[in-house]
Design a protein around this ligand. Structure first.
Ligand code: SF4
Length: 220
């Protein structure tokens, strides 16, 4: 079993949420229209940001996980920006928004976000990626969060090239990556339990994301 970056973030938010994803997904409500609109906007911003790497090539995942990882590994030798390159290490799997080549064998890891500042969840997101990629043998030089300038946030058309800034958050990401192995071990133990953890609705249900399980948990 492996934990992807989105599930790692779910696990940090709430172990009960994580347990449901792996053991009772059919009991989880679908995302509502508001949440879906946020995802859609995020994909638009991702797409626009990737246009700033005109030499970039996207890894396709149509043929499944193993073939996607194999293709990603083969594409490293091209030394071109890679979109959605994915790797596995121990019990983790992650795909990078952008890996941008640096020097002869290094890569800047770039996470694109539809926001105007770095949040803790971004550091944890990149920490899992850093742990996974470095473990898989990809040399990461810097970890960058690429987000919108405040005055450009929410713009839907004609987003200029200079709408984005890249913040170097490598130090915080590397520090957080040291916790990944322990967190993953805890998460795997939770997932293997026969029943979900008895966690009550609380502040964790809203941060960093509004949890889709709120109604289910509130009804017991
Ligand atoms: S609604 Fe709250 S308690 Fe229930 S799974 Fe989500 S975060 Fe956990």
């Amino acid at each position: 079993m492996f934990i992807s970056k989105s599930k790692y973030l779910n696990g940090l938010q709430c172990h009960k949420l994580l347990w449901f994803y792996y053991n009772a997904k059919e009991r989880m409500p679908a995302f509502d229209a508001e949440a879906q609109a946020v995802f859609d906007k995020g994909h638009e911003v991702d797409k626009r940001a990737k246009q700033l790497f005109p030499q970039g090539i996207e890894v396709t995942w149509d043929l499944g996980l193993d073939k996607g990882v194999l293709a990603s590994t083969k594409m490293l030798v091209l030394r071109r920006p890679l979109f959605e390159a994915g790797f596995m290490y121990q019990n983790t799997f992650a795909r990078a928004d952008v890996l941008n080549p640096v020097d002869s064998d290094g890569w800047d890891l770039i996470e694109v976000k539809n926001r105007t500042r770095v949040k803790d969840v971004d550091i944890n997101d990149l920490a899992l990626q850093y742990y996974c990629y470095t473990g898989a043998g990809v040399r990461i030089v810097r970890c960058l969060l690429m987000h919108l300038k405040r005055e450009q946030f929410g713009r839907t058309a004609n987003v200029p090239d200079d709408a984005f800034v890249c913040e170097d958050i490598s130090d915080k990401v590397i520090a957080a990556s040291r916790e990944v192995e322990r967190n993953i071990a805890e998460m795997l133990a939770v997932i293997s339990e026969a029943t979900s953890p008895g966690i009550a609705v609380g502040p964790q249900c809203e941060q960093p994301y509004r949890c889709v399980m709120k109604k289910v948990c509130a009804e017991g």
